[in-house]
Structures are given as structure tokens and as C-alpha cells.
Design a protein around this ligand. Structure first.
Ligand SMILES: [Mg+2]
Length: 424
């Protein structure tokens, strides 16, 4: 059976999310800024046309924003994550085999649907997502993931495609490949681009026709897979979604530099709380926790200190109070006075399914059942009434260190108080 994969990509996703709830942004230049309103992380087509690059530092472009009346937004991850969930749930109605690749991209296995006109089917998917969620998407179809990615790119570039492009068995496949730069091929990074260009490989077509032995020698088997995928031979499978994360990291930069231990403790508590929630969500427990703190390495005139410390827990657990206790001990070990910290976070590793806990012979076991039911109750309340309804005292009440989000849009879809109001 011929393998057929589709890559669905939301167009300018964060901007599109803002537009769903604020139609006056339609046709206007819009950008969304990263944490602390630092850099541009999403641009509308109109903003791209003014030459605002991805990653542009907001303070350097303030003049240009003013001149062209560019609308700027703080990133509203609560909104984006929920919109992403809606898009993905809609896509999942169209095929049982789906990989949620990133917040705004998914691979769909359409191999079982080849009896239909796949371009028409993809158009139907596109219309449905638009109608149900308000988000515009583009769909690329190909026999491999790499070609589906490439087809998606072509779908976006050519207005004539109407946002859908099927490259499978296309008579002009090589023409298309020769129009794509090798660095724009999925999986070809900046380092390999230099190497390839030095060896006269500058387009996707050149890479497709490259010598296998040479590629394997210089780009390992991973590079070879890309070459074969460009030739239409599937080498990269859909990821198994049910595989839980082997590592959970929670960290954020602060809204302002933080010096005192108390505030760092609040931040570490909050991150540990979130990491533990994730852990329980995937029905796992962790054996090892570490905490880290960092100063701003770009401020070279300031004293620099970054460090992390970790420890094994007496037993693997997902019990938040216990994780917080150990995370704070780690923090105390690395904390030094007199530095301006800009980021803190926690990392959970050595994660195993909760039903495979190895008990410790040498320390009395915690009342696992009681821990579990306590956490279940807390999680339920926080899901129902909002994520901070029950929180840990050590996370602080004011949290004035939290990141700057001066231009945050409302959480339209996840908070009753911030729903869209319609005036009649
Ligand atoms: Mg996108």
C-alpha cells in the first residue's frame, strides 16, 4: 500500500488565535511577542511584508511598529494551547493515525484514504477546521513526512493552491524540488547547510540526487533518511503519541531580575507544582528532581552565576508537597547572595509509570494511596475552578517576579470571566 502522509500547519498560529476573537485585526499587521514581551515570535503576513523578521527584539522595532500601526500582543499561551487542542481534536476526526508534532502542526496518515481524491479531502479538512475553530491551516500531502513538509511549504507559497498541495506522484516533482533551498528541507540544520553548499548541494533536488555513501559518511544515517524520504521512501514513522515524556522541564524567565531567596523559592514552588501536574496527567512518577537558577548571560557587565542541583527522592513520586520539599532543598544548596537571577526552573527525570514503583527497603514508605487521593482531589478542584484555586503557600501570594505581559489578550476560551462579549 502506498504511504500517504499529510502535514497540517496552522498559518501564523498565534496571530490567527488573536484574530479569531478580535476580527478588527483581520488584514492588519499583527505580531505576538515572546516571554517578557522580548522578541517577535509570530507575525501576520502584513507584518512580514514590512520586513519584521522572526525573533526581532521588540525594543529595536518600536519605531517601525508605530509607523505602520503594527498591533503587538504578549503571548497568551493559555489561549494558544486551548486553540491548539481544538484544532487537533478536529483533525483527529479525519483519521485515526495522527501525530501532534508541535503546538500548530500535525502529521496525518492518509494511507487508507487513497480511494478518494485526497486534495478534495484535504480541502474539506481545511474548511472544517476553519469553521469549527476559526483557524486557517495549510495542508501538504506526500508519500513521506519530508515530502509532506515540503508540499506544505509549496501550498503556502502558491496562492493558486488554495492552501492544499499534493506532491504524491506529481509529474513535476523534480521541478518543485529544484525550487526549494536545501536549508528549507525538514531536518537539514544550519551546520549541514554549510557542508552541503560547499559540496554543490544547494537545492532539495540536489540532495535527493546526492550520493548515498557520501551522505551517510558526512551526515550519518539521519541524513541518509532525509535523502531517501525525498525519493519517496518512507523512513520516518509517525511518533507513538502514547509514549509519556521521559523528562519534564518547567521554567520561565522572570519579569524583573530577582535577588532574594524567598522569591526564588516561590518560583521553584510554582514550577514544581506545574511539573508534578504534568507527571500525574501522564500517570507517571519521578525518581529525580533538580532545580536551576540563571543570571542574564547577555548582561556581561553584571556578575554571572548559574547553577543547578538535583537529588534522588526516597521513592519515585508525583506527590507535589514532597517534590516541592526536595526542589527547595536543591535551591538552597545552589543559592548565592548578590546575583540578579533572571530565570529559575525544575527538571524531573527518571520517570516511570506509576504502576511500576520500586519501593525503598530502607525508608518507611509514604502512604501512597492517601498521597494519590489527595493529589486527585487537588487536581480536580484546580481543573474545575481554575489552576490556582488550591496552591502551595511557598509559591507566594503576590508573585511580583512573574513575567511581564503588558499586552495580554483575554483567555477567551478557558476562563468564564474573560469570555468574548457580544454587544447587541
Ligand atoms: Mg505554523
Amino acid at each position: 500500500m502506498q504511504s500517504v502522509l499529510a502535514l497540517v500547519d496552522c498559518n501564523n498560529f498565534y496571530v490567527s488565535c488573536e484574530r479569531v476573537f478580535n476580527p478588527k485585526l483581520k488584514g492588519r499587521p499583527v505580531v505576538v511577542l515572546s516571554n517578557n514581551d522580548g522578541c517577535v515570535v509570530a507575525r501576520s503576513e502584513e507584518a512580514k511584508a514590512f520586513g519584521i523578521p522572526m525573533g526581532a527584539p521588540a525594543f529595536m522595532y518600536e519605531g517601525l511598529f508605530k509607523m505602520h500601526k503594527v498591533e503587538t500582543y504578549s503571548s497568551n499561551y493559555t489561549l494558544y494551547a486551548d486553540m491548539s487542542r481544538r484544532v487537533m481534536a478536529t483533525l483527529a476526526q479525519f483519521t485515526p493515525e495522527i501525530e501532534f508534532y508541535s503546538i500548530d502542526e500535525a502529521f496525518l496518515d492518509l494511507s487508507g484514504f487513497t480511494y478518494m481524491n485526497l486534495t478534495e479531502y484535504a480541502k474539506k479538512i481545511k474548511e472544517t477546521v476553519r469553521r469549527v475553530t476559526g483557524i486557517p491551516i495549510s495542508i501538504g500531502i506526500g508519500p513521506t513526512k519530508t515530502l509532506a513538509k515540503l508540499a506544505n511549504r509549496l501550498a503556502k507559497k502558491n496562492a493558486m493552491c488554495g492552501g492544499v498541495f499534493d506532491i504524491t506522484n506529481h509529474p513535476r516533482l523534480d521541478d518543485f524540488l529544484s525550487s526549494v533551498k536545501v536549508e528549507d528541507v525538514w531536518g537539514v540544520g544550519a551546520q549541514y547547510t554549510k557542508l552541503l553548499n560547499r559540496n554543490w548541494i544547494s537545492t532539495a533536488l540536489d540532495l535527493k540526487n546526492a550520493n548515498e555513501t557520501w551522505v551517510k559518511k558526512h551526515m550519518t544515517v539521519v541524513g541518509l533518511r532525509t535523502v531517501l524520504e525525498l525519493r519517496g521512501i518512507p523512513c520516518i514513522e509517525l511518533e507513538d503519541l502514547n509514549e509519556p515524556n521521559k523528562q519534564i522541564i518547567r521554567s520561565r524567565s522572570f519579569g524583573r531580575p530577582v535577588q532574594n531567596l524567598q522569591e526564588l523559592k516561590e518560583a521553584i514552588t510554582l514550577h514544581t507544582t506545574r511539573a508534578a501536574e504534568k507527571l500525574r496527567e501522564q500517570k507517571s512518577v519521578a525518581f529525580h528532581i533538580s532545580a536551576f537558577i540563571e543570571t542574564n548571560r547577555f548582561k556581561t557587565e553584571e556578575a554571572q552565576y548559574s547553577n543547578s542541583a538535583g537529588c534522588y527522592l526516597p521513592e519515585p513520586t508525583a506527590y507535589t508537597p514532597l517534590l516541592i520539599k526536595y526542589a527547595l532543598q536543591c535551591l538552597e544548596r545552589i543559592y548565592r547572595e548578590g546575583f540578579k537571577f533572571i530565570r529559575a526552573g525544575v527538571v524531573l527525570i527518571d520517570i516511570v509509570p506509576e504502576d511500576q514503583i520500586q519501593l525503598n527497603l530502607f525508608v518507611p514508605s509514604r502512604p501512597l494511596k492517601k498521597d494519590k487521593s489527595t493529589m486527585k482531589a487537588v487536581d480536580r478542584i484546580n481543573v474545575k475552578w481554575g489552576s490556582n484555586t488550591i496552591k502551595y503557600a511557598s509559591s507566594g501570594l503576590e508573585q511580583s517576579w512573574r513575567m511581564k505581559r503588558a499586552k495580554l489578550s483575554p483567555r477567551y476560551t478557558t476562563n468564564w470571566d474573560e469570555m468574548l462579549e457580544v454587544k447587541c
